[in-house]
Design a protein around this ligand. Sequence first.
Ligand SMILES: NC(=O)c1ccc[n+]([C@@H]2O[C@H](COP(=O)([O-])OP(=O)(O)OC[C@H]3O[C@@H](n4cnc5c(N)ncnc54)[C@H](OP(=O)(O)O)[C@@H]3O)[C@@H](O)[C@H]2O)c1
Length: 344
Amino acid sequence: MTSLATLTNRQFRLAARPVGVVKDSDWQQTEETLRELTEGEIIVQVLYLSLDPAMRGWMNEGKSYIRPVAIGEVMRAGGIGIVIASRSSKFVVGDTLSGLLGVQSYWIGAADDRMASFYKVDGKAMPLPKYLNALGMPGMTAYFGLLEVGMPKAGETVVVSGAAGAVGQTVGQVAKQKGCRVVGIAGGQEKCDFVVKELGFDACIDYKNGSVHEGLKTHCPNGVDVYFDNVGGEILDAVLTRINMKARIVICGAISQYNNTTPVKGPANYLSLLVNRARMEGIVVFDYADRYHKAVTEMAGWMRAGSFQSREDIVQGLENFPAALQMLFSGKNFGKLVLQVAQE
Ligand SMILES: NC(=O)c1ccc[n+]([C@@H]2O[C@H](COP(=O)([O-])OP(=O)(O)OC[C@H]3O[C@@H](n4cnc5c(N)ncnc54)[C@H](OP(=O)(O)O)[C@@H]3O)[C@@H](O)[C@H]2O)c1
């Protein structure tokens, strides 16, 4: 076995709280030699990291559903890795794990670390990046957010923004499985073509090249029953003008607002909720952790049957982390954004 002292752990730490768009100077790159394990500990070599819009929020100070990343701390990130050393009975060398690994090349600590929350995944059953997409956190968000908060019924119209992204692509496909009419909103013709032609959405509105309001009029002739909101801002406002009686709006995220240097802009058209006796409700994926296995089983079944897809956009190299993260905010990612840190 390789001596741990010969392995260098490269890390990205939070150097400063960003103001607006994250700058290179908000990161500090560090290198450490791996230490020896104590009883109950493991070392996980990071293979893939999940790059998520939420990471931008974790860099801010203030109360949220999870504590902020501290200045000087390794940046938090979910990922998949392989156990390369173990002094724990929980995991053995060679196990492939999913959990909060951080933006670094190796994770070291207690196998039962609560923050890391490791669980085993089977790379033979599915390609590993799928466990960061439809079979991971974004997929769970889409599945439970849509079904439990959106509560779509067959024949209803479901609209989803960020449609070609990690959460959006699963929302649309689950809604199709439930017999809904599905209209996506995405940036650019290529993404719109993908969700319609590859994923089976009924229509898609290209918000970068036309009016969302007009697109909704054309593609949602019977109004909107469920809106799954990933972006907030003006698109949320536009959808509010087209909702039906008793519509359900799932507040999943507001990526259009995450880099604001002014307070988040709320919807001007919120009185549409009153007129239509409609409701908006937030979703935090972790609330459904005890039922993830149900969603994974169902969606993996659809995947194996060929009636469900998940697309990943994989960027190579830990050193490209800062630039890759920015792709989420310019729409350069096409599918779930994953950073490959090491070869499998
Ligand atoms: N509540 C939860 O538990 C939970 C869990 C996971 C994710 N989320 C939220 O779900 C949303 C989607 O996350 P994801 O991981 O699936 O990301 P993603 O959709 O794969 O990537 C982000 C996409 O957002 C779009 N976007 C960026 N800036 C935008 C803007 N100003 N206006 C409109 N669209 C913009 C871009 O797509 P286009 O090219 O189409 O513009 C970009 O590709 C985020 O808001 C995230 O915070 C919430």
